[in-house]
Write a new protein. Structure first.
Length: 280
């Protein structure tokens, strides 16, 4: 892999990880266009994913610090009263994040080989992009306020319930398919379930941190990297490219989810899928 290919793929990963157009799908498209062998770049793929995780941590550093500080200071006050768990807001939020991780944990443990077999197929990416577009269109329609029926007030603690967190987690589990956008699927699922835009934007980006970091750790200790054909310079440049573009895309996506329609991204996904079906 040449250095400019690493920069381009890192740029693709950083931008599409947060925008609802599927980072894994666009990485597969980029590899096909650049002629990069997918069997040789597990280390590179892990590096650019780690870069986007780091960009998420930087963007949400204040919220993450508040959650961790609140959790540890509130440990002594956790108790069960009348069958109900009593805890502070930060602990409640983290518990809901844990609930959202259950589906992706099950997929990672029991269906890892089946998921990995889908990578490398550009047609799978095309069909998954169509599904992403449908989700984005439907979530826009479902979350649009209706004049005849005023929007219901979300009274759940932290703006999201445990069953909503689990449902969003199911969306994340299905998004392991290349071409099915993780951010698009989780945000769309949350909006369809009635979670407010600003709440699901933050929850969607924070809930993925632990699964990605856990997967990276398991790959490192499991020795799955092996001998990599990617040099040190492409790795570093790809990481920096993904990190910087991820910072930009994360901030942009947060603003877009709060105000803009996701249907425009759905249109892009349909165009990208059409190009795959025509030219692949």
């Amino acid at each position: 892999m040449e250095w400019f290919e690493a920069v381009l793929l890192g740029l693709v990963q950083g931008l599409t990880e947060f925008l609802p157009v599927s980072s894994s799908g666009h990485l597969e498209i980029g590899k096909v266009l650049l002629g990069v062998e997918t069997s040789d770049d597990l280390l590179f793929t892990t590096m650019v994913h780690a870069a986007t995780v780091l960009s998420t941590i930087v963007v949400f550093r204040k919220q993450i610090w508040d959650l961790l500080k609140g959790f540890f200071t509130g440990l002594k006050d956790i108790k069960v009263e009348n069958g109900t768990l009593v805890c502070n807001d930060q602990t409640d939020y983290l518990l809901k994040m844990v609930v959202s991780m259950i589906p992706i944990f099950i997929v990672g443990v029991f269906f890892k080989d089946a998921v990995e077999s889908l990578f490398g197929s550009i047609m799978v990416v095309g069909f998954a992009l169509v599904l992403t577009a449908c989700l984005l269109f439907f979530s826009d329609m479902a979350s649009k306020p209706r004049k005849s029926a005023p929007a219901k007030e979300n009274t759940y603690r932290n703006g999201i319930s445990y069953w909503q967190a689990l449902t969003v987690g199911l969306g994340q589990a299905f998004a392991v398919i290349p071409g099915l956008s993780r951010s698009g699927t989780t945000i769309s699922t949350g909006l369809i379930c009635g979670v407010k835009r600003e709440v699901i934007a933050q929850f969607s980006f924070l809930m993925v941190l632990v699964p990605i970091l856990g997967e990276t750790f398991l790959e490192i200790v499991g020795g799955e990297f092996g001998a990599s054909s990617v040099g040190a310079l492409p790795l570093v440049l790809g990481f920096l490219s993904a990190f910087l573009s991820g910072l930009f895309a994360c901030k942009v996506m947060i603003a877009l989810v709060k105000k803009a329609r996701l249907s425009w991204f759905a249109l892009y996904c349909l165009i990208a899928a059409a190009c795959i079906f025509i030219f692949a």
